[in-house]
Ligand binder design. Sequence first.
Ligand code: PEP
Ligand code: MG
Length: 886
Amino acid sequence: TKWVLTFGDGRAEGRAEMRDLLGGKGANLAEMANIGLPVPPGFTITTEVCTHFYANGRAYPQELKAQVDTGLAHIEQITSRKFGDEANPLLVSVRSGSRASMPGMMDTILNLGLNDRTVEGLATDADDRRFAYDSYRRFIQMYSNVVLGIGHDAFEDILETAKEKKGIVEDVELDAEDWIKIVAAYKAKVLAETGAAFPQEPADQLWGAIGAVFQSWMNPRAITYRRLNSIPESWGTAVNVQAMVFGNMGETSATGVAFTRDPSTGEKSLYGEFLVNAQGEDVVAGIRTPQPITEAARAAGGVKAPSLEARMPDVFKEFVGVATKLEMHYRDMQDLEFTVERGKLWMLQARNGKRTAKAALKVAVDLVNEGVLSKEEAVARIDPSSLDQLLHPTIDPKAERKIIASGLPASPGAAQGEIVFSSEAAEEATQGEKTARKVILVRVETSPEDIHGMHVAAGILTTRGGMTSHAAVVARGMGKPCVSGAGSLRIDEKAGTLTIGGKVFKAGDIITIDGSTGQIIDGAVAMIEPELSGDFGVLMGWADQIRRMKIRANAETPEDARAARGFGAEGIGLSRTEHMFFDERRIVAVREMILADDEAGRKKALAKLLPYQRSDFRELFEIMKGLPVTIRLLDPPLHEFLPHGDEAVAEVAKEMGIEPEKLQARADALHEFNPMLGFRGCRLAIAFPEIAEMQARAIFEAAVEAAKETGAPVTCEVMVPLVIGRKDFDFVKARIDAVAKEVESETGEKLIYQVGTMIELPRAALMAGEIAETAEFFSFGTNDLTQTALGISRDDAAPFLGPYVAKGLLDTDPFVTIDREGVGELVEIGCERGRKVRPNIKLGICGEHGGDPASIDFCEEVGLDYVSCSPFRVPIARLAAAQAAL
Ligand code: PEP
Ligand code: MG
């Protein structure tokens, strides 16, 4: 078996595609060598050695030693140096490198091969004893830390004491003799700590370092990082051994990092920094201020120190050539590390550069215009979720965050404001043009009663509830930041306090929430406003050409519907009519309806609601101008519309002119322990058909009016929630059809409408064949389908779903990304059985999964006609649907 692959001098045994075997770093070094770039020679020990190591009681394959020796000989031959040679020593770096970049692991050991004898060889070669001994002490410190497990502090103490004694502050003020003494003290420290002398034999050093890299694969930090990022343990890490090049060999040496394009804007200009006479870690450490690479950047930044372009013009020219070549080769913006040793350029690393969402769009669009990428490739490159960054305000990445707690990242974007504990307080604080303040609505959980408070709040924070809880769903619909299920928070409503980790906040105190990460932050933090550039529109246009599925929005208010249109929605896939019932005047009529003792009383109250509903629907139809609009009949349990708590009951009773006892009795009668599985959905329409009839009438009358107004025929789809089979569906459908007939004969207009159903219970998915005999479309309500298939209450899931995911028992929150095996199979069954009976049945999804890229991929696989998601997710869905179709 080949366990070791070499590279250098214009060729390599590996290639970029061999990332699994060589790790990211090793594969890129091989590729750079292959295309003739100046890469210090070296070799990569493959990830298979790591796997072998752990499968065989931490032993190496037998052939490894000989192969490493061959690798060393390869480096020696190219560099004309010898490992351990006193006059002309070869020094190497040893680095880990797995398939995915893994910050939890051992990083780097530099200058390996130095000992008491070779250090003199290096001194002679560099003509600089100070440099040689400084390198030696750096090596002792790194090696002792990584391989021997001695903390940095021990060495820092020695260094500080030496400087104090001499009365100096900067390392550079130490001379060769000082460093020689420090090296001696370092070695004494190692002996004292480990009982053995610092290893002098280069071969021992090398095997010690290789062993440390493999061991680091199993250190706790690496294990945690893998778990959090779903990186399989079986991947293993590679080890890269490479000839050292020195950026700290004097004034003609340097080291730097660069991006081939600006990673924050995507602008096509070389962007980077360098330091003369320094090693790579110095640039990162920030002890000295690095200088810009190009003259243009230097001038723009008003920097006095010369740029690389001015200081080393030949090296700069060569570097620009290398950067261009790499960008063309990888067909993407590159992140580069380089070193200049005595005027010679060496490339140490090249990889696709991390970038902001804005830069990602610009780079992708520019690369298409430059003829480097196809439109399909550009579309495939953009992470759909990253578009959130462009649509919502975000926290300035440079700003300091005092994170005090965290919850679920329920709705993206950041917001800050005064803490308020009730929707009433939220409304009060935000009133008046001059007096309005920004508020964060903090609740244990929200209910439809809070819609008005959520509407005026800058952001929403709840201590209970999962990713499809009321707060999460409504906030996403409104495009408002929300952190939900922050279980470590304690709200004391009576005292008006919020306790987070021992600190007590009062109403009026300022907090910031980041709905993209779930963080809760003390005080106000600097924010960045969203900005939609032209590149966004261009890329979205390409995505639209590629995708097959239609994208609709979940929307019920005119603002949401307009926002959805603005983001490119092609219709409304779910209009939750209950959200229309909460405005001050309507709620009175709704309560009257609920409290009515008989059908006649209910009908009277419903008659008051009809005009409101009609005008709501009419506005939606007009905004959507002929695009399909799905309106769902009333879904939530009725008790949600009634007041809770003595005070609220008394107040509402007074408003309504009834006895508080009567209201309380009705509220008690309607109270349910598990309302989301109770008296809701079409069950309301079955018990009280007049509710469905009123809604149907409002829908159809609105359709007639809107068609007259806009001249475009209205395509409306009436949707029945929570059916368990054909019979309950048919019962409600018959009422809807009857109302349609009435409206047609009253107005003399022909209605274009369909009646369909949500498939959101397992039984409905199984009965899909029968249901399709009369239902003209299905919309999969995967929120309820997930809660019912898994038996996990969507409102109470947060406290135990977290541990499930953390302990690896579930890959992801099933309320965020569809559970393909379970819920997914129910969807598949529903599609299959539905299509068999009605081949052209329209199939869509309107659960929260409709805006999740991984779930959208699944929807494409099962061949849904459309996905419907909250307005702010429409762009994400457009892009994800295009990627799913590629
Ligand atoms: C669903 O259950 O997936 C759905 C869209 O309906 P709701 O979230 O309103 O219950
Ligand atoms: Mg539902």
